[in-house]
Design a protein around this ligand. Sequence first.
Ligand code: SF4
Length: 535
Amino acid sequence: MGGSRRDTAALAQRLLAEEAGCSRKDWGGRLPIALVYPNSYYVGMSSLGYQTVYRLLNSLPDVVCERFFLNLGRGNAVQPPTSLESQRPLDDFPVVAFSISFELDYIHLVRTLRVAGIPPLSAQRAARPLVIAGGAAASANPMPLSPLVDGVFIGELEEATTALVDALWKAAMSAKPLEELAGAPGMWVPALGSGQRVRRAWVRSLDPWPTATCIWTKNTELGGMHLVEMARGCPHLCRFCLAAHIYRPYRQRTAEAVLALAEAGIERRLTIGLLAPSLADCRALITVLEDLAKRGARFSLSSLRPDRVTRELLGLVVAGGGRSLTIAPETGCERLRKKLGKRFDNEALLAAASLARQAGLQELKLYFMIGLPGEDEEAIKQTADLLRSMRQTFRRRLVVNVAPFVPKPHTPWQWAAMCPQHELRRRLTLLRQLLAGTGVELRVEDIEWAQLQAIFARGDQKVGEALARIGNPSKRSVRQALTAAGIDFDEALRARRPGEPLPWEVVDAGLPRSYLEKGLPSSAQELDGPLQDKL
Ligand code: SF4
């Protein structure tokens, strides 16, 4: 554990002094809510979702919401949980709300509670404090959290904020807090029965709900940026993609709304970071970029589809101070890419690389996956061939991030197996060999952590019981805790059979099973080698 409570309080004051936009309220007559990001301040303050929940809760006059992090610096050492705003300890708050975007942060949820002296198992707390969770990972499959939290909010908070706070007030004052909590829309309360199914909450239109950085600090990953959400969801619905399936339907902001949100960043002379799962599909994109460029603002774009990359678009990227282009081809094999749902070919990727070179960009960042259902040795060779050609075309820095495929709930590939570790290593070794001496920079995500992430993503309450036992956040300790809870890794990572009950079916994400199953047969038939054996 890093530092005493007094050290942490002093650090909180220093960070506060370097922030703008923080909300500080008197506690009198208000419901105090601790909003915890179970990772470092450095990571958490770049989360637009976390900042948005903070702003929504503090927009209500009867709430005082204060921020907590695993630690107030970088890394994952746990500090005594101390609120940024008033430097109070976590157990002063009657409501503790965790914002969880990534499954592996479940480990830090448990550590935060434990260090605060709050029992991590909900059965040992009697809802005092009331511990709830929300965010993309928790909304997709709340089941692993079921032994740990009193409720999970499923979906998007905006339209549900007032009703949620009403339910929290009633729960904080009631002898039956869980019954009151269950009255909030989108709230799943595990102790009230496993048969309860919850509808995901979502907003109809984005424009009335501003989603942009509201607290600015230089002490975070994206410290020089003002983040603005342009769209939510994605029209392409690739078969593996959680963001597209959990944030349905696809909704876009108007150019006027995006530019209004960018204003606060322009005033602060920050780079405007425009965010959307598939930015190039936003109708307002060119209008927004032209306006920002005319005003001399700097801007940065999240990844673009290669078939939408034009000379005009890259000209605007350069005018906005951009030096790099990001694309996610996922694989070099066109057959497999089509199967994923990405409808562009390698020619489009080479054309985008060529345009990027002509526009004077200095770096091309590419995202790939390995261990995809249907992937074979030939597919890896095609990925290497594509990367070699892109490097020859671009002739500048080519950075390639490779992540193992992790099957995610509510996607058509939720049933697929996770490729075994030895097979992932074999394919990565082959890729490395094929790219040796080409100048392509390969960055590979940790295979063991990806495997643990897959177990958490499709896990049930047994995963939560294991989480409560984790001693330290090392891979070894996590593996031991899972094994001690009776979780068999092969069983957890195998393909699921059509018709088999799935833990995350407690969430009604709005997609009929028949839609998801349409994605299954073709991918299942094409599974190779060790994957096919497990179907
Ligand atoms: S295009 Fe990107 S964001 Fe859209 S569904 Fe496919 S992977 Fe997801």
